[in-house]
Design a protein around this ligand. Structure first.
Ligand SMILES: Cc1cc2nc3c(=O)[nH]c(=O)nc-3n(C[C@H](O)[C@H](O)[C@H](O)COP(=O)(O)O)c2cc1C
Length: 456
């Protein structure tokens, strides 16, 4: 069975790609990430190629150990530096018409009222093309320290995220009725006071009483995504996410996570098929297999074991270089930072147990998000078909190994093969991001989503 894949592009406002210090490659233009034209040029190109969305990851954190920045992070641009992606959304929106735009915001950094207002404004500016990737935050150790706070325990962060998102949903779905905006100049009614409501929320962590001060946007609630597959992360996804970003890696582990989140969603009374799973992956392609492999080898010369350890410490707080390289991490290893990147290697949910040395090599070769497809377009398309069949995922979040080389190869070589096979179409579904994911006509949050219960 062929299904139309959802294809997004993964970006940080950062100079390196997903593995090692790729900023050092002579052709790398991501070092221009602080030039606005860098983004507008890329975005136009992504839209012309028909990618469903451009995703900006984000975090205030950076790699640290023992409350000290890791020097390798600064020297070789590993998960550092990182600009604020929300400010690029307007610029990208101004030069595109169909491309979806997803920006991460952590529920640990800003209050829900601020996020609700900013995303409502941007969903209007983008004419309904905006998504929120809801995270409790990678790099939480350094992020908490930056804000002068103690590290909040992992599961508490997800309790806070639930409380946070409920306020945002109440503001988006409950404050303005969809037809509240009248714009009747002669009748002197800008908006109908009977259709604009103050919301209230008294939660354990956040409270709110009042109005969303932005009129409704085409999606009203921006499309909601989530990333993070710890047990609590999966519950959160099953309840609130419409799209889930999963790390690549072992097929059995990905398949188990997809099935687990779909089952949890059904238990919460949601349609499990409505949640779309998008897997982080890199594609290194060329007209021949030898050329593709040579490209990969070239990129690997820019990715050191030290870089891999720095990235792993960023996600988990664990110092793999200080551990026995031949021993496994051990089932039951817990971190107060990102648990998904521990569980992937300790036998949880269908994963194979790996030694510390193997984890480092995996991170060195593939970066945090796992799967790397290497080969001719036809070879990769065959592998992609098998991968989708085995995992029940819905698409890929394509990670750069080199900008713009990654995109040249994707657009010129791989997409035409995907189109030939019906794996993707250059035509956009509908005009909003929700429609790109869920089909034409589905502009608003589904009725079985908990946010729908907040409608007046
Ligand atoms: C494809 C993908 C994209 C992600 N993007 C972000 C991001 O932009 N910001 C962030 O803090 N975490 C991001 N994460 C999640 C973190 O890796 C981490 O798992 C999460 O923040 C902590 O939750 P956990 O304990 O459930 O893993 C992403 C994960 C994946 C798989």
């Amino acid at each position: 069975m062929t299904r139309r894949l959802t294809l997004g592009i993964f970006q940080f406002l950062a100079p390196s790609g997903m593995t090692g210090g790729s900023w050092r490659h002579p052709d790398n233009t991501a070092v221009d990430f602080l030039d606005i034209e860098h983004w507008t040029t890329l975005a136009r190109r992504f839209e012309r190629a028909g990618f469903d969305f451009l995703f900006f990851a984000d975090s205030y954190g950076y790699p640290e150990l023992e409350h000290q920045v890791i020097p390798d992070a600064v020297r070789d641009a590993i998960q550092f530096p990182q600009g604020d992606p929300i400010v690029i959304v307007s610029a990208v929106a101004a030069v595109t018409e169909r491309l979806g735009i997803v920006a991460t915001a952590s529920t640990m950094v800003e209050r829900p009222q601020a996020i609700a207002r900013r995303y409502a404004t941007l969903d209007n500016f983008t004419k309904g093309r905006l998504g929120w990737n809801i995270v409790t935050g990678a790099g939480q150790g350094s992020s908490a320290r930056l804000f002068g706070e103690e590290l909040t325990p992992h599961d508490t962060r997800y309790d806070m995220a639930e409380d946070h998102v409920q306020i945002a949903l109440k503001l988006w779905e409950g404050s303005w009725e969809p037809d509240a905006l009248r714009l009747d100049k002669e009748g002197r009614v800008y908006a109908d006071p009977a259709k604009v409501h103050e919301i209230s929320h008294a939660g354990p962590y956040f409270s709110a009483n009042g109005l969303l001060t932005v009129p409704p946007s085409p999606q009203q609630t921006p499309f909601l995504l989530q990333a993070g597959t710890s047990g609590r992360g999966k519950d959160f996804a099953a309840r609130y996410a419409e799209g889930v970003f999963l790390a690549g890696g072992e097929v059995s582990h990905i398949a188990a996570n997809v099935a687990d989140i779909r089952a949890r969603a059904a238990a919460f009374g949601r349609d499990p098929r409505a949640i779309k799973f998008v897997v982080g992956a890199s594609f290194i392609t060329a007209p021949t297999r030898e050329e593709a492999e040579a490209k990969r080898e070239e990129m690997l010369t820019l990715s050191t074991t030290e870089n891999a350890a720095t990235a792993y410490a960023y996600y988990t707080g664990l110092d793999l270089l200080a551990m026995d390289q031949d021993a496994p991490l051990g089932g039951g290893t817990r971190t107060e930072l990102g648990q998904s990147n521990v569980d992937r290697f300790t036998g949880e949910n269908g994963a194979t147990v790996k030694t510390v040395g193997e984890i480092l090599e995996d991170f060195r070769r593939n970066g945090v998000n796992g799967t790397t497809f290497v080969g001719t377009p036809a070879e990769i398309a065959d592998e992609v078909e098998a991968f989708i069949e085995a995992t029940d995922a819905d698409g890929f979040l394509i990670q750069p190994y080199l900008t713009p080389g990654t995109y040249d190869d994707l657009i010129e070589l791989l997409l035409p093969e995907f189109h030939r096979r019906g794996l993707h179409s250059p035509e956009y579904e509908g005009t909003t991001l929700r429609e790109h994911f869920q089909g034409e006509g589905r502009k608003r949050l589904a009725d079985d989503h908990p946010g729908a219960a907040f409608r007046p």
